[in-house]
Design a protein around this ligand. Structure first.
Ligand SMILES: Nc1ncnc2c1ncn2[C@@H]1O[C@H](COP(=O)(O)OP(=O)(O)O)[C@@H](O)[C@H]1O
Ligand SMILES: Nc1ccn([C@H]2C[C@H](O)[C@@H](COP(=O)(O)OP(=O)(O)O)O2)c(=O)n1
Length: 306
């Protein structure tokens, strides 16, 4: 029989531990927006600044699309159930590697962690971003069976978010609770309707197309710089790299499909903060979000001058 003091002490310890566990995970930032609006790079930098976990929900739909292409399933009428079954039995993992240096000139000096996407242990980070996947992914993501299967993966990854938080927290992140940043199309509206901070990130169609084009050209430059004896240096044919106009058309088609689908369409949540970053620097958009998060966590904003 435990003494009354022991029982009270235990209860207090339990309450304290529960509070700690909750506060480690109780701040969720949802970032939604159209294609190439900067969601993933911003979400990664925000996660690193705050020491939060990061989940790229689009990469799960991209993995489902890769599976569909590999299994030759392109008809969502007949193939839907078997693809939903495939993705729900697959192991999708998103690994975040902290970065200490800036990655592209457009991002300035802010650290943007690298993300590795594993599908059943295979690194598919590049393969899920090919034009073939880009063309099919919105169709796959409009299927309710697929969305249901992906929802489970998203929730599981969110539950594990603690282990995927960027390990090198920025110097001022130690006074903060833990949390998770997830980006996608329906995070603030469907996946985490109770998220503490919802951001809708947008930019003009042309700015988005030019940024994607820049990104592809940087990748092309990196590939071209590889030594000729490197087997991975097989330079893709020029046709693989589309023009700005082609990219703009592809983004427009995908946005149209994402906005007009029946299941969880892309919408601005009523309580979302809308940030149009057409004329913002990367640092401005990241610090706007980290300061909003800090304020809502009851902490002093850090970058009100930028
Ligand atoms: N404010 C900005 N100014 C210039 N380039 C930006 C800005 N924000 C993001 N980018 C760049 O735009 C491109 C698309 O961003 P990304 O995060 O991949 O978008 P999404 O996840 O919405 O598709 C990336 O190359 C990123 O570095
Ligand atoms: N939460 C989400 C995330 C992505 N999707 C779908 C819709 C998008 O066209 C594809 C790909 O998303 P992703 O964020 O990787 O695309 P972009 O990086 O913006 O080009 O997945 C979705 O329906 N719901």
């Amino acid at each position: 029989m435990l003494s009354i003091h022991t029982r009270i002490a235990r209860r207090q310890l339990l309450r304290h531990t529960t509070h700690r566990l909750l506060s480690r995970r109780d701040f969720t930032i949802a970032i939604d927006g159209p294609a190439a609006s900067g969601k993933s790079s911003t979400a990664r930098a925000v996660a690193q600044e705050l020491g939060f976990g990061y989940i790229d929900s689009g990469s799960i739909y991209r993995c489902a699309t890769l599976l569909a292409l590999r299994q030759n399933i392109t008809d969502m009428g007949e193939g839907s159930a078997s693809l939903a079954d495939l993705i729900s039995h697959a192991k999708v993992d998103i690994k975040v590697r902290p970065s200490t240096s800036h990655q592209t000139p457009s991002l300035g000096r802010l650290a943007v962690p690298e993300v590795q996407v594993l599908l059943d242990g295979e690194d598919v980070s590049r393969e899920i971003r090919t034009p073939e996947v880009n063309r099919l992914v919105a169709k796959i993501a409009s299927d309710s069976g697929i969305r249901q299967a992906v929802l489970h993966i998203q929730r599981k990854l969110a539950a594990d978010a603690e282990s995927r938080s960027t390990t090198s927290r920025s110097a001022d992140a130690n006074d903060m609770p833990g949390g998770v940043v997830m980006d996608g199309r329906d995070i603030g509206t469907t996946i985490f309707p109770g998220a503490e901070l919802k951001i809708y990130l947008d930019a003009s169609a042309m700015a988005r197309a030019i940024r994607r084009w820049d990104e592809m050209n940087q990748m092309k430059d990196v590939t071209a710089q590889k030594p000729a004896h490197d087997p991975k240096a097989s330079v893709a044919p020029a046709a693989v790299y589309p023009s700005v106009e082609e990219i703009a058309r592809e983004l427009e088609t995908r946005d149209y499909a994402d906005i007009n689908r029946e299941n969880s369409p892309l919408r601005i949540a009523p309580d979302a903060v809308v940030i149009d970053n057409t004329n913002l620097t990367f640092a401005q958009q990241v610090y706007t979000i980290t300061d909003l998060a800090r304020e809502r966590m009851g902490l002093e904003p850090k970058h009100s001058d930028c």
